[in-house]
Ligand binder design. Structure first.
Ligand code: NAG
Ligand code: NAG
Ligand code: NAG
Length: 278
């Protein structure tokens, strides 16, 4: 009998934690600007294949959303008029349709949440009859219009809920989204090796940008990549070091950090970023 109670109690705790990260944005007041909060994100969100030199994540997009991730970084190769997910030359066994399906399904199930998505072109295009911008528009048009943010500036939470805000990291026309280049971005990703100096150099860039984000005007959206890589520094080794430094820096402080894009973020680090919201 006691065992039974213990089991039910543990199951309830599990449900409570899961709900927390699946639906954390409901706590953010409607009138707050989406630039005025802290959002955990992932770098190369779909990069799970290709070995240690290429892999940046170990969870699916849906798992990332469930864990609380609200900024994702999507790289598409334009090939035979299709958009395929690539990391450099390495295919990631998914299409842009898979990405949009997972995202719109998550938002439909969690209508108080919002997802910010960088979309950019990766690797060499081949055999296309359309431009990259036209291809993205065609894919996006297959999904319910209501799921896409079509406003002009960074929305307040009230207008972002249930929406996908595409951050267009490519040229050409679109009926949706905001320009990626308008954000204040730290993405100094090249890391020579795993020496103390190289890791410290990257950390200084991250910390400097987080300080800037914390104090910066609410009209600006800040995006800080804690990820980095190089021939002698693979993403998992770099993130192991940088994520630890990031966790130490964030502590339990309350601040607006903007969006923080990470490789292999663990649940605790994601929770820390969510919890830094007032
Ligand atoms: C930004 O957040 C602070 C609390 O951290 C709040 O007092 C302020 O009203 C917010 N402003 C906007 C524009 O969202
Ligand atoms: C481009 O199209 C040609 C003709 O259909 C095909 O043989 C070739 O494999 C395509 N290239 C790629 C990279 O898919
Ligand atoms: C993914 O990597 C993170 C960081 O190393 C780890 O905490 C987590 O357990 C891993 N998740 C899976 C599903 O392997």
């Amino acid at each position: 009998m006691q065992k039974m109670f213990l089991f039910i109690w543990l199951a309830m705790i599990n449900v409570a934690t899961a709900l927390n990260t699946k639906d954390w944005m409901f706590r953010i007041p409607d009138k707050y600007s989406t630039t005025n909060i802290s959002m955990p994100g992932t770098h190369e969100s779909m990069s799970r294949y290709g070995g240690e030199t290429t892999q940046c994540q170990n969870t699916s997009l849906t798992q990332q959303f469930d864990n609380g991730i609200r900024f994702v970084d999507i790289r598409c190769r334009h090939l035979n008029d299709e958009l395929l997910i690539f990391h450099g030359p390495v295919p990631q066994r998914a299409t842009f349709d898979d990405v949009l399906k997972a995202t719109t399904e998550f938002l439909a199930a969690h209508p108080k949440e919002a997802v910010f998505m960088r979309v950019s072109e990766e690797y060499t295009p081949e055999n296309n009859t359309k431009t990259f911008a036209q291809a993205v528009q065609i894919y996006v048009d297959r999904y319910p219009i209501g799921a896409l943010y079509k406003g002009k500036g960074y929305p307040p939470m009230s207008e972002a809920r249930g929406k996908l805000v595409v951050l267009r990291d490519y040229g050409g026309p679109a009926t949706f989204g905001l320009p990626y280049g308008d954000m204040d971005i730290e993405d100094q990703w090249q890391i020579e090796d795993l020496s103390k100096e190289e890791i410290q150099k990257k950390w200084n860039a991250v910390r400097g940008h987080l300080e800037k984000a914390q104090l910066g005007p609410t009209g600006t959206m800040y995006l800080t990549y804690s990820s980095g890589a190089g021939v002698f520094a693979w993403p998992d080794d770099v993130s192991e070091r940088l994520n630890k430094m990031l966790a130490g820096y964030l502590g339990d402080s309350k601040a607006k950090w903007g969006m923080i894009a990470m490789d292999f973020p663990n649940a605790k680090l994601i929770d820390m970023i969510i919890d830094s919201n007032v």
